[in-house]
Write a protein that binds this ligand. Sequence first.
Ligand code: LMR
Ligand code: MN
Length: 428
Amino acid sequence: NKDITNPDDWEVKEKIDEAQKSINNNAANAIKLFDDILQQFPSSPRSLYGKAQALDALADQKRSNELLQKALDLYLEVLNDKKTTNTLFKVVAERAIKRLRFIGQYRKAISVQNALIEKFPDISEYSNELAVTYLTVNRIPEARVILQKVLSKWPNDGFALVHYGFILKTVDDNLVDGIQFLQKGIQTNHKGVIDGRFFFHLGDALTRVGKNDEALKLYEHGVKHGVFLSKYQRSLYNVPRLSGKPWWNKNETPYDQLFKELESNWKEIKREGLNILNQKGYFQDESEKLRDKGDWKQFELYARGQKNVENCKKCPITCGIIDSNPSARGCKRGQTKFSVMHPGTHVWPHCGPTNCRLRAHLGLEVPSNTYIRVAEETRSWENGKVLIFDDSFEHEVWHNGSQFRLVLIVDVWHPELTAQEIKGLSPI
Ligand code: LMR
Ligand code: MN
């Protein structure tokens, strides 16, 4: 406490310490105590800080943004106070940044972060965290410049290395340099570098430059660190207790009814899909940069648990089936979509984002020489039949045939999720 207490605070230090103690068990009372002190000593930074902390705690308990805003105003007041000690400045700024990010006030967070960096230019963490804020709001150029600065001053800073490598790989498609930076960063073992996202993209980059063995080793290393469920199952938004396996049979799920309905109506579904395909401009290019080569497009009917009403008007039979099945219609961690793939397409090995769904493909137009590998087993589609797999497992697709392949993709909840769990899951 010594370092955060300035000369003005010392006369009331005992009272402050007393009030401080009640923040955790009685935040409302702590606010009163701090108000009393502030009546007498309006410019005591520690009392302002204490009151802000109490408001912050109360905001948390009551989930009140209004209280949080009050707390933040006080934090900022402390930061603007010349009498605030350096140590108190750090503590308050760090907390304010965290809370400003939490309620999405990124501009203010950025200005506090800049103040912090100006005051403590030798602490790389403050610059790194500013880069993270910029990345969060997709201001890539600013993030890039900051990370470059950090690395010119501290070339072995693991946190900056992995984040810079992440930008090189995901934004610039610069696989070779991305690999260098991600690898070097992960090897430091610094705080923040053992993170699924960095392992995920490093492995992906290694695969795409043909270093499959290195990718596999990295994935095994990731499993040891707990960032992946298994070397093949590398989704990052998981419910860990769910069982996982690459391929599923219809009768291993409670969705028999849905799958039967899809299969018995496959010709109507196909007609609806072909009808849209024949009108140019409705199918959209696959947008996640998963393609090595070729032409692969999709027409989305449901996503994140939301029905695309306009698109569904174009295929009433298909959407009627989905609508009557809560597990598909309500699968807010998945989609329902038509997927058309043209000859000469290769989709890089990749993993879906979550282990909370299973993915069914209803074969509609299936030429020969089209394949999908999930983990270690390669299969193909059949007209009018569903193929069910867990797309959190690594999968790869080839179209070496001579005419387009059309399937309907339907995501459903993983059968082991409870209704209660599903309620709490964020959409993906
Ligand atoms: C995938 O889900 O990644 C692919 O299997 C989709 C497709 O159209 O084959
Ligand atoms: Mn996929």
